[in-house]
Design a protein around this ligand. Structure first.
Ligand SMILES: *Cc1c(COP(=O)(O)O)cnc(C)c1O
Length: 486
């Protein structure tokens, strides 16, 4: 299996070669030359597998240059009940991503797929935990080191740190805005005492942190010498790891491959739902893929109108589902590549237009850039939007009717799923975080605290390990230099 760039100018590469890479050299995103197909017989055989075995079967179709025995060991080590131990009472942690029935609507069952039982209580652990093990394995084989530099406003940074802690050959330098994360998120990251984890609290906002990462990455000589890498959401291995739970959700919800299911996905950077699109392209019987956005509705606008219009910083709202507060969707280019029939010259032109004109228009209307919006429904896509009042109402309603607490992002998903539920097709909503992470809004909705999984009770009281620094790329570079010994 070889990987190509959506913009067509990069040489084909193997899975291991792109594992540690971000963007392709031509600015595009990596995709496999073709999507491997899954037969009905294979799907049936997979019904009996554990999560780890299923992950192996799917990964081996993509990571063809990693010996199978090694890949099997890596997936077995990643997907254990020990790692995904934060299941609710009554959920079986051995299922890794248990399905919970939520309600009946218009004759359709709405189910919740619990993806947030990992160490940081958000779905990003599903992929990041595998990435940590894949990185360690690959670096050891090549006798190399990697210094991961990232910026976070919460979920990504903690998922990366918990995946990389204690890993040989890897250090993590994570920038976060000083005193701007929630007490819980801060404690999750700063209480880690592992020597290879460096928390840098920057005196500024999240954008300042991101600017520093860009400035350091643009110093190519420094980047090469200090072996700087990233783990952002465009990483291909993260997307593949996410494909696994769509298969898992389907297999848990059905008895035969005649049955179709739909998924609703709380979306920001289009990474999670992109994995659903790939599962569908591989032959998984998915009826609809519903994109749920919050007030930051870049994606909802596209899937309603065919117009992709990225937002400026001033038009990007800070909401109570903050992990979906995006101005452009960094993984969206992968879907557009499929939508325009793998025409990489067109993809390059469309995304150049995003830089120069702030977007593109595939509606087919006068002056538009194409008419492919007409084909979007063939790929199963539809969308909806949920705002703060919807989140509060949905959290209250699910709690009252079902006695279940859901987080704000998942609430956006449930609100939109209800608009699309149809008889005979189970609707699976992906639970992207546990409510303990966003307790402020649970308090606002219900006047009570979210339950905390065991071990998190007093996390804010643990000793914290971090340094405070001005928003200055030169200072961050010096700090990395001092701590890598390179
Ligand atoms: C990252 C995140 C999302 C958005 O996922 P994308 O892959 O960026 O679409 C949604 N909910 C939570 C809790 C997240 O952490």
């Amino acid at each position: 299996m070889h990987y190509i760039s959506t913009r067509g100018h990069a040489a084909a590469q193997s899975f291991s070669e792109i594992l540690l890479a971000g963007l392709a050299p031509d600015g595009g995103l990596y995709l496999p030359q073709e999507y491997p197909q899954v037969s009905s017989a294979e799907l049936d055989a997979w019904r009996k597998l554990s999560y780890a075995e299923l992950a192996f079967e799917i990964l081996r179709k993509f990571a063809t240059d990693i010996p199978e025995a090694d890949l099997r060991a890596l997936t077995a080590k990643t997907y254990t009940a020990e790692v995904y131990r934060n299941a609710r009472e009554g959920e079986d942690p051995n299922l890794i991503t248990p399905l919970l029935p939520l309600e009946e609507k218009n004759g359709a069952t709405i189910l919740l797929q619990a993806l947030s039982n990992g160490p940081t209580l958000a779905f990003k652990d599903m992929a990041m935990q595998l990435l940590g093990n894949l990185f360690e394995y690959t670096l050891a084989k090549r006798n190399e080191e990697l210094n991961i530099l990232g910026a976070t406003s919460g979920d990504t940074g903690s998922a990366a740190e918990y995946a990389m802690r204690g890993k040989k050959g890897i250090r993590v330098f994570m920038l976060s805005p000083h005193r701007k994360m929630s007490a819980f998120q801060t404690a999750q990251m700063f209480s880690l005492q592992d020597e290879n984890i460096y928390n840098i609290a920057v005196e500024g906002v999240f954008d300042d942190c991101q600017d520093i990462v860009k400035a350091v990455s643009n110093d190519h000589a420094y980047k090469a010498r200090q072996k700087i890498g990233t783990v952002n959401s465009i990483n291909w291995a993260r997307v593949v790891a996410q494909v696994v739970y769509y298969f898992r959700g389907y297999l848990l919800a059905t008895r035969s491959n005649e049955q179709k299911v739909s998924f609703t996905v709380p979306s920001g950077n289009f990474g999670n739902i992109c994995a659903g699109h790939i599962a569908r392209m591989m032959g998984l019987p998915i009826d609809k893929l519903i994109v749920a956005t919050n007030e930051n509705d870049v994606l909802d606008e596209f899937f309603r109108t065919g117009v992709y219009r990225v937002r400026k910083s001033a038009e990007t709202y800070h909401t109570t589902s903050p992990s979906m507060d995006i101005s452009k969707a960094s993984n969206f280019e992968r879907f557009i590549f499929d939508l325009v029939g793998h025409d990489s010259a067109r993809v390059a032109a469309l995304f150049r237009k995003v830089e120069t004109h702030g977007g593109f228009d595939l509606s087919g209307g006068p002056g538009s850039d194409g008419d492919e919006f007409a084909k979007v429904a063939q790929y199963g896509f539809a969308s909806g939007k949920s705002i703060h009042q919807d989140r509060l109402a949905t959290i209250r309603d699910v709690h009252a009717k079902r006695g279940l607490l859901i987080d704000t992002h998942t609430a956006d998903g449930v609100k939109v799923a209800r608009e699309y539920a149809t008889a005979g097709v189970p609707m699976i909503v992906l639970e992207t975080a546990l409510p303990a992470k966003f307790n402020e809004t649970i308090q606002e909705a219900l006047g009570r605290d979210a339950d905390r999984p065991a071990g998190f009770e007093n996390i804010e009281a643990l000793p914290q390990r971090f340094v405070v620094m001005p928003a200055d790329a030169a200072r961050v570079k010096d700090y990395i230099l001092e701590h890598t010994g390179l």
